[in-house]
Design a protein around this ligand. Structure first.
Ligand SMILES: [Mn+2]
Length: 324
């Protein structure tokens, strides 16, 4: 299956001239790492490549463009003949939906999905969906793709792809850390991937503001003893005085809470913009599948890490956290 998909994607890419790449909203290390790794690889094949993103790279990932000139766009371009979506199978969280819709409805554009989340509705919308949950990260899938295409992996490509593998496994600690993930990482380090830079930029990057935000999250932590579920939250007003960079650290808060011992589930809620609450679910309990909750509530993700968005305002009335 992998071989066939890789071959099909290889063929589509070789036939295309102008390729657009797009990830999901609030892109993380895997989303941007996979996109930038693929971007640099396709440039080597002589393709014209655009990365679509609604935001610029977060500060913690700026090191990925230290030695190259990658510019993101959000403007529709008519000449695109191949559209690649990475790291999400959920149409609702795609980065620039207005442009994506145009490429989907354009018969001249061949669309490809590269993802390691549970197969979602996007898989049925594209011409070729290569979606496999065995990959720890989309970056690892892209690594297999470009290695199969015999593209020369230089230290910039290697660094971008290792960023995806390292961040999506929380530095090889999560359950999706396979021997293949280590083997891919080892290969990429041999190709010059800057592991030390990745770790310094993505894990040792707290600011005074981000630590104060964490203090709020810890202070608001409550445990529902009946269900053995721990919860915390951030209000929209908590973000108002902070730079947007801090708002992108919410996934980090959920992962941080997930270090709690013997809890069935972590629920972390944050009003990421006025009237939009992101709920992140985490578990380390082998019997719990949080993706089922997320899916039932219109979101998605993995067995151990998932989430969904709810329209409404987050309110804490002194005893109960409500979304109204
Ligand atoms: Mn990912």
């Amino acid at each position: 299956m992998t071989k066939n998909k890789a071959q099909i994607v290889d063929n589509i890419i070789r036939k295309s001239k102008n390729i657009a790449l797009m990830g999901h909203r609030d892109g993380d290390g895997d989303c941007y790492g996979a996109m930038i790794g693929l971007y640099l690889s396709l440039i080597k094949l002589g393709k014209n490549v655009q990365i679509y993103s609604e935001n610029d790279l977060p500060d913690s990932l700026q090191f990925l463009r230290e030695n190259n000139q990658i510019i993101f766009t959000n403007k529709y371009q008519e000449e695109i003949d191949c559209f690649v979506i990475l790291d999400t199978s959920d149409k609702n969280i795609i980065s620039v939906p207005s442009v994506a819709d145009k490429y989907f409805s354009d018969k001249r554009v061949t669309s490809i999905l590269l993802d390691h989340h549970e197969r979602g509705e996007l898989a049925a919308n594209v011409d070729c969906a290569w979606v496999e949950q065995k990959y720890c990260s989309t970056a690892e899938l892209v690594f297999d793709l470009i290695k199969g295409m015999e593209i020369d992996i230089d230290s910039e490509i290697a660094t971008a792809l290792l960023t995806g593998i390292d961040t999506d496994t929380s530095s090889f600690q999560t359950q999706n850390t396979t021997s293949e993930a280590f083997a891919s990482a080892s290969y990429l380090i041999d190709k010059g991937a800057r592991l030390y830079d990745i770790v310094q930029n993505t894990y040792f990057n707290n600011t005074v503001d981000s630590l104060k935000i964490r203090a709020l999250v810890i202070d608001r932590l409550v445990v529902n003893r009946k269900y053995n579920v721990a919860m915390s939250y951030l209000l929209n007003e908590d973000f108002r005085n902070l730079c947007s960079e801090e708002a992108s650290r919410m996934i980090g808060q959920a992962n941080f809470l997930n270090t709690l011992k013997s809890k069935k589930m972590i629920i972390f809620m944050s009003e990421i913009e006025s009237g939009v609450v992101r709920v992140s679910l985490r578990t380390r309990d082998h019997k719990v599948d949080v993706s089922k909750f997320a899916k039932a509530l219109g979101g998605g993700g993995h067995v151990k890490a998932a989430g969904f968005l709810i329209k409404g305002h987050l309110i804490f009335d002194g005893s109960v956290i409500k979304i109204v």
